[in-house]
Design a protein around this ligand. Structure first.
Ligand code: AMP
Length: 279
């Protein structure tokens, strides 16, 4: 496996490759990321993974500086799953000048849910993903359904700009107790780690009630938020949405088995976790 730090070197290395499959990450890799690389391998082409902590998608008070950077271990793990190239640019390489040209995704999709609580987040994500796509020029890019809204925003971006990259989603990998794997789980203390499974449990519970229109959606969501708060969490949102556009379903759609998803984000102690469950 070749580890590459500059765009020029990446372009040279990939010049002789075709049908490249790309897995963008922020590093501190776990089984969730590795499952994306395995999915990429199944698609046959040479696999490029990127490791880059993207400042543009962090708010000033968020964890950019303390976000774990573990490149040596990441390279070992990527080697172990048969990744062919790792692109690990530093900030001065990817953003030699302030990135003043940015991709602004539509508010209807990007200013709700994560975008409501992390303003500008999806502009940062789209901008770095478009830039990385320009560097790698992949035929296929694999993203996790763990970041459900992100997968949707990027899929739409690829469509709107007619990018020659097929965006593919891969299922969320969970620990045995149901907690979605995340680099941020490493911030959790022991008791927080035990409590953390309440997030997928509340999302499952909301999903199980999705079709029961005897109770209003607002009441179901309020009960879920109150339930998490009572356990000491600070939830940002816990909600049932249509999979198609991430807007709330009508009662008729709930009854008609429209494809839905529950999505949640909540802070336990200082750690913010997100998750989702299709239903
Ligand atoms: P990140 O390093 O957090 O930016 O994530 C990089 C990619 O890995 C994104 O496409 C995420 O959706 C995906 N990912 C993160 N956690 C998981 C997980 N538990 N299962 C599957 N994919 C994941």
């Amino acid at each position: 496996m070749q580890v590459i730090h500059s765009i020029a070197e990446l372009r040279r290395a990939l010049a002789r490759q075709s049908q490249t499959v790309f897995v963008p990450t922020m590093g501190n890799l776990h089984e969730g990321h590795l499952s994306l690389v395995r999915e990429a391998k199944r698609r046959g082409g040479p696999v490029v993974a990127s490791v880059f902590v993207n400042r543009l998608q962090f708010l000033p008070h968020e964890d950019f500086d303390r976000y774990p950077r573990t490149l040596e271990r990441d390279v070992e793990l990527l080697t172990g799953v048969g990744c062919n190239f790792v692109f690990a640019p530093d900030e001065a390489e990817l953003y030699p000048k302030p990135q003043v040209y940015k991709v602004a995704p539509p508010a209807a999709l990007a200013d709700i849910l994560e975008g409501e609580f992390r303003p500008g987040f999806f502009t940062g994500v789209c901008t770095v993903v478009l830039k990385l796509f320009q560097c790698v020029q992949p035929a296929v890019a694999v993203f996790g359904q763990k970041d459900y809204q992100q997968l949707k925003v990027i899929t739409e971006m690829a469509r709107q700009f007619a990018l020659p990259t097929e965006v593919v989603g891969a299922p969320t990998v969970r620990a045995d107790d149901g907690l979605a794997l995340s680099s941020r789980n490493g911030y959790l203390g022991e008791s927080e780690r035990h409590e953390a499974i309440a997030l997928p449990q509340f999302l499952r519970d909301l999903a199980d009630r999705a079709r029961d229109t005897g109770t209003s959606l607002a009441a179901l969501e309020k009960a879920a938020l109150d339930g998490l708060r009572a356990r000491g969490w600070s939830p940002d949102y816990l909600t049932l949405r249509r999979r198609s556009d991430l807007l709330p379903p009508t009662d008729a759609e709930r009854q008609a088995h429209e494809p839905l998803v529950t999505l949640g984000a909540a802070r336990i102690g200082a750690t913010r976790l997100i998750d989702n469950i299709e239903c």
